[in-house]
Design a protein around this ligand. Sequence first.
Ligand SMILES: [Zn+2]
Length: 66
Amino acid sequence: MPWCEPCGRFYNPNTLRSDGTCANNHPVADAKGASTKVPWHFWMLLIALGIYLGWRVIQGVVWLAG
Ligand SMILES: [Zn+2]
């Protein structure tokens, strides 16, 4: 829910303008498109999971070979 600090109220994303400003022309932090952006820590978690799974595969291969 986009929050406008100067207005002191929440706005429905549909009532905001396309550039992410409220009815009183304030730039609202949670503008359109901002909520759909994937946060950076999501990718870090995904990379960490990939490294972990890769490591487990290597461990499995070593265990089978040994
Ligand atoms: Zn406002």
